[in-house]
Design a protein. Structure first.
Length: 94
């Protein structure tokens, strides 16, 4: 599912809200999560999961095209840990 499909489904479930308001709410939520991660905060949505920013240390890497060694500085990357309740809902019996 892509963001536009999510907005469309939410708008269908809430017919009293215009689709533009649903889109605004979804964008506001996603921007809020991104902003919190930029500030180093942790975002927990109970029953869904936790968003955090994980630190990747600086390291020496190799350019696969040229073989040249390059320095990669320390960086932060977004990380998502799924909640146990969502994991149970998604589990597929094979």
């Amino acid at each position: 599912m892509v963001k536009s499909e999510l907005i469309q489904r939410l708008a269908e479930q809430q017919p009293h809200l215009p689709e533009s308001d649903v889109e605004f709410a979804v964008n506001l939520m996603l921007d809020g999560i991104a902003s919190a991660l930029q500030n180093g905060d942790r975002v927990e949505i109970r029953g869904f999961g936790v968003f955090t920013a994980r630190k990747r240390p600086a390291k020496m890497a190799r350019n696969p095209k040229t073989g040249e060694e390059i320095f990669k500085p320390e960086t932060y990357v977004p990380f998502f840990k799924v909640s146990k309740s969502l994991l149970e809902k998604v589990k597929l019996d094979k």
